[in-house]
Design a protein around this ligand. Sequence first.
Ligand code: FES
Length: 204
Amino acid sequence: MDGVIRITERPRPPRPEELNLRFSEKAVKELEALLTHYPDKKSALLPALWIAQREYGGHLTADAIAEVAYRLQRSYAEVEGVATFYTMYNKVPVGKYMLEVCTNLTCMLCGGYRILEHLQQRLGIQLGETTPDGMFTLAEVECLNNCGDAPVMQVGDVYYRRLTPEKVDALLEELRKGDEHTVVKLADAEVQMHLAEWERPENQ
Ligand code: FES
């Protein structure tokens, strides 16, 4: 698995009679609140996709895309086009945690590839793959805008900085035991951030 959807593998959109709406009551309410913040439904597409990523367990299935299209009254193709444009939306199943290692210039010079290779060796997976226990997916990313603390890795909604192989080992242990910074929690944090954005006085 390399995170790329090839044309021949593109999931078939569900037919209207196959539409299986899965948004929770909470998700429906959040979407309703978001829609009051935008001039039209189309403009709420990005936060709606975050809601879908959370509600569907961490990645956007064809059903998730169809549900967003239905709720925003857009075409499936339009929603799929947006979802596949942005890398933060997962189009294939991923692990509980996404380990996104920066290998851009500063991180590369400060040992980013050493961290990446260490993770590959420790987890027994290559880039774009998920561990058999479904815990970790490994990805390489461009600059995370924290160059002063290189090498950096993003896990869900947090950055881990000035990494060493020893720190990575301790972090893997901590993540295995915990339930924070997961792919689903990142999606929820994004939803809450979009909702809170509009609570600011300048947006009232
Ligand atoms: S190059 Fe890695 S955070 Fe900028």
